[in-house]
Design a protein around this ligand. Structure first.
Ligand code: NAP
Length: 325
């Protein structure tokens, strides 16, 4: 089969296309014939050696995909060959024509949802849903501020926050991205390239601050966010796309009575597979019924994985890129 292979940590441009033997599923695993692969920011971190996990070489990147079950391990009884599924791959490997994943990490997809949208939905929307529903307990009518709001996880949080009845404030670095966030459910927008972020949040929340902040960016922006969370608020730590991990003076959550809440979708799927099944089922239902539609920035051939990752690193992607093997 064809796969994108990483031989050593380094630039995403060094990834190569190779022919390798197709893997066989173990007893509790399934083999998926991959139709579409979601490209994610953490894939680039993994290839550069900057991710929490450092696989041994050679390895195939990729944590999500959608496709058809091609073979079942001997203990797998809840699925059949030919089922349409999305999959989260804890050991990576989805940048390929086929991948083996644990049966606990595959999710049936409705007929109404095509493979490209299903393949784009798990990581970004799964993270945003878990963050907003389980970690923040976001309530209808609350104010949700989303940074990087036209990116993968950010745009997903805008869509899900809007669907849950929140008043969504999108923060992005330019007007084109803000336009996209508004098209997907943001009520108001802050241009982080022009506006004073702290003043803008203050004015848009009548001085109260945001009830929930979904922050995949980190970096300098966090200095403003740390002073912009409302009483009983929840600041969701999603990631550090900026590259810098912010340091927060802990007197601020104390005096302002807010919580800083960590979110790790990958560990959540491993630790609580039953809740992950429920979450992802909800998401697929929302997508199939038109309540939310993942925004596909581009659909590219698998061979162009380095180019897709490079665009993410250059901050040039809105929503998601998917790869077709
Ligand atoms: N916690 C979890 O479970 C989880 C799950 C998935 C991803 N993540 C993490 O969340 C972060 C964002 O992921 P994503 O999928 O949303 O990424 P993305 O699609 O690339 O979006 C990230 C956004 O961050 C902003 N940004 C600011 N500085 C940047 C820089 N130097 N390079 C790139 N983007 C920059 C950009 O928005 P503006 O231009 O508007 O500022 C960009 O749209 C990453 O750190 C990723 O590892 C965490």
């Amino acid at each position: 089969m064809k796969a994108i292979v990483c031989q050593a940590f380094g630039p995403v441009e060094d990834l190569s296309v190779q022919q390798i033997p197709e893997p066989a599923p173990g007893a509790d695993e399934v083999l998926i014939d991959v139709a579409s692969v979601g490209v994610n920011f953490p894939d680039a971190l993994l290839v550069r050696g900057l991710y929490q996990v450092k696989p041994s070489f050679p390895f195939i990147p990729g944590i999500e995909c959608a496709g058809t079950i091609a073979a079942l391990g001997k203990n797998v009884t809840t699925f059949t060959v030919g089922d349409r599924v999305a999959a989260m791959s804890p050991q990576f490997g989805t940048y390929a024509e086929a991948v083996v994943v644990p049966a606990s990490h595959i999710y049936p997809i409705p007929e109404a949802l095509d493979f490209d949208h299903a393949g784009a939905l798990l990581c970004a929307h799964g993270t945003a849903y878990h963050a907003l529903v389980q970690r923040a307990a976001l309530r209808s009518g609350e104010t949700l501020l989303v940074t990087g709001a036209a990116g993968g996880t950010g745009l997903a949080a805008v869509q899900i926050g809007h669907a849950l009845g929140a008043h969504v404030i999108a923060a992005c670095s330019n007007d084109e991205k803000l336009h996209t966030a508004k098209q997907h459910g943001a009520d108001v927008a802050i241009n982080t390239g022009k506006d004073d972020v702290r003043d803008a949040i203050k004015s848009l929340t009548g001085g109260a601050g945001a009830d929930v902040i979904f922050d995949p960016v980190g970096g300098d922006l966090a200095k403003s966010l740390a002073r912009s969370v409302g009483w009983n608020g929840r600041w969701l730590v999603i990631g550090f796309a900026d590259g810098a991990i912010p340091k927060v003076p802990l007197n601020l959550p104390l005096v302002k009575g807010y919580s800083i809440v960590g979110v790790f979708w990958g560990s959540f799927c491993d630790r609580d597979p039953a809740q992950a099944q429920t979450n992802h089922g909800q998401l697929f239902e929302m997508a199939a019924s038109g309540k939310l539609t993942p925004h596909l920035h581009a659909v590219m051939p698998l061979n162009e994985a380095p180019c897709a990752l490079s665009q993410i690193e250059q901050r040039a992607v809105q929503g998601k890129i998917v790869l077709n093997p």
